[in-house]
Design a protein around this ligand. Structure first.
Ligand SMILES: Nc1ncnc2c1ncn2[C@@H]1O[C@H](COP(=O)(O)OP(=O)(O)OP(=O)(O)O)[C@@H](O)[C@H]1O
Ligand SMILES: [Mg+2]
Length: 140
């Protein structure tokens, strides 16, 4: 007998949620060389929506290089970088931002006097009201 899972059952919910669990950022075999120094080799990574993805490694393992590639500051020399399943080559952090990839650095690039949320939006502050005719004032 054929059965059909109702949409609101756990199994049905898992099926319905499957596409939303597809990686939004994916690296396949990514490598990076700084002249003769190999910083990264054969890096595979899948960043899925709604999850925290951590990168751990020894000093000099290539963590910063990896983040710089994802955030468009540096470019990979080998492998593929995909956003929403499409291969991309980001030329600068602005390209990354336009795809929804923002980077918050641990030091120096943050403004201590501003609240955390404003540091997140540094350089991307709203300058116009999202509603036509309404004036926009910044607070916070
Ligand atoms: N601009 C650069 N020019 C040359 N070599 C570099 C450059 N940036 C990083 N490297 C080298 O690439 C390798 C990876 O460095 P990276 O800074 O990405 O590692 P990390 O995991 O972030 O290290 P740490 O834990 O010390 O922050 C190291 O051997 C480093 O010396
Ligand atoms: Mg580092």
């Amino acid at each position: 007998m054929a059965t059909k899972e109702p949409k609101n059952s756990p199994a049905g919910a898992a099926q319905a949620a499957a596409p939303a669990d597809e990686p939004v950022v994916r690296l396949r075999g990514v490598g990076k060389l700084y002249g003769n120094v190999r910083a990264l080799e054969g890096i595979d990574l899948a960043v899925r929506p709604g999850r925290v993805t951590c990168v751990l490694g020894d000093n000099g393992a290539g963590k910063s290089t990896l983040i710089k590639i994802i955030s468009g500051l540096h470019q990979h020399d080998e492998g593929e970088y995909l956003v929403d399943d499409k291969p991309v080559r980001l030329n600068n952090p602005r390209d990354a931002l336009s795809l929804g990839i923002a980077t918050v650095y641990q030091d120096l690039a943050t403004v201590p006097l501003l609240p955390v949320w404003r540091n997140f939006f540094l350089g991307s502050e709203l300058t116009r009201s999202p509603w036509p005719g309404a004036s926009w004032t910044s607070s916070g």
